[in-house]
Unconditional design. Structure first.
Length: 375
């Protein structure tokens, strides 16, 4: 019995180590991207708040793990969190230099660096298996984790259409009603689709110039197909979905990371390098992922491989880890109850993706949503 308990503690310790290392790397990348954020509209302030929330959440999670993480490792984790806090403060000071007589915080000489925290496995300071993030390779084409990642401890945003919770929509003059909308985004550098209900939106191939990044947010009962411009070598560098309900989102190809937050009763189709999902429930995910998919604070998720209709030569030739899923808030030995593998017999058929989902004169939005919802 004692041996079994010891083995369980070791498993929890190793899993928490991988989780902690992953979160440190993500927070580093968020801070490195702060200088790219716009000062107007509060974009940079929101990003800083997200970093602060992430550091605070990670600190509390270290405390929560004290029952199975040794005291030495807890101190190491705490020093890494302190280093993150100091880096964020230094970054903020670079944007808004402190006044002449402001007191300065003296750095603890014993604190480990953030790079130490990100490479704890290689230095074997925690004596745990190595978890190598794609971002650790300087030559990797993997895009940095987007700043819009919401920390699980942050207050969940409501599924509403309040103007202060959404970005400016990149679609002008589109009214609700039947038929397919194909916005051009001719003058846009990125794709932003927000605050819509009851629309079927298809991104045309001519929008390939706007796939540097994409945001789809605050939708209800919609279909959004972003795949056409990404099918011929113009993938999104990064993409995030947030505050979506009762919808079908076909994301296309994402060269880096997709972050999904507050998606409910929906279907997502995505090919990406890194998959992260937060605070979502009752959603089916048809996925091609080059790395292990990660989710936290979710329930009722079902995963299936990417439908053939959305495969590209690149996805067909690369490995797909769609079923190697990590629930980072489930530290027990038994499988997580928060997700399942979608039984093949219950998945949407290839002919539905190919013939019905694209829509047409005799196929309505409701017809398509009904065809892909199998719950």
């Amino acid at each position: 019995m004692a041996a079994s308990q010891a083995q369980g503690d070791v498993g929890l310790k190793e899993r928490f180590f991988r989780y902690f290392q992953h979160e440190v790397i993500a927070l580093q990348e968020q801070m490195e991207r702060l200088n790219q954020m716009s000062v107007t509209g509060g974009e940079r302030n929101d990003a800083v708040d997200h970093c602060l929330a992430g550091i605070d959440r990670l600190s509390h999670e270290v405390k929560d793990a004290s029952s199975y993480v040794p005291a030495y490792d807890q101190r190491t984790y705490s020093e890494a969190i302190k280093a993150l806090s100091e880096k964020l403060q230094n970054t903020r000071n670079a944007f808004n230099p402190p006044k002449k007589f402001q007191f300065k915080t003296r750095k603890n000489a014993s604190a480990i660096s953030i790079n130490d925290a990100a490479e704890l496995a290689q230095s074997q300071k925690l004596r745990a298996p190595v978890y190598v993030s794609d971002t650790s390779n300087a030559n990797s084409s993997f895009a940095p984790t987007p700043l819009d990642k919401l920390s699980p401890g942050e207050e969940r945003r409501q599924l509403d259409f309040a103007a202060d919770t959404v970005e400016e929509d990149g679609i002008d003059g589109i009214e609700a009603g039947p038929g397919i909308r194909k916005p051009s985004f001719s003058n846009a550098a990125k794709v932003t689709i927000s605050k819509h209900e009851g629309l079927h939106i298809v991104l045309p191939t001519s929008a390939a110039h706007a796939t540097s990044s994409g945001t789809v947010s605050n939708l209800r009962h919609c279909i959004v197909d972003l795949s056409p411009p990404t099918a011929n070598g113009a993938p999104f560098a990064a993409l995030y979905l947030k505050n979506i309900k009762d919808s079908l989102i076909i994301c296309g190809q994402v060269a880096g990371a997709i972050h999904i937050t507050d998606v409910v009763d929906s279907v997502i189709v995505i090919s990406c390098r890194q998959f992260r999902m937060h605070d979502s429930k009752n959603t089916d995910v048809y996925l091609h992922s080059a790395s292990r998919p990660i989710f936290e604070d979710c329930d009722g998720l079902r995963f299936a491989p990417l439908p053939e209709a959305y495969a590209t030569p690149e996805t067909l030739q690369s490995s797909n880890q769609w079923d190697q899923i990590d629930d980072f808030k489930w530290l027990k030995a038994e499988p997580s109850p928060h997700f399942s593998i979608f039984p093949e017999s219950e998945r949407v058929k290839d002919e539905v993706w190919r013939d019905k989902v694209p829509g047409g004169h005799d196929v309505s939005l409701d017809d398509i949503l009904k065809a892909v919802k199998t719950r």
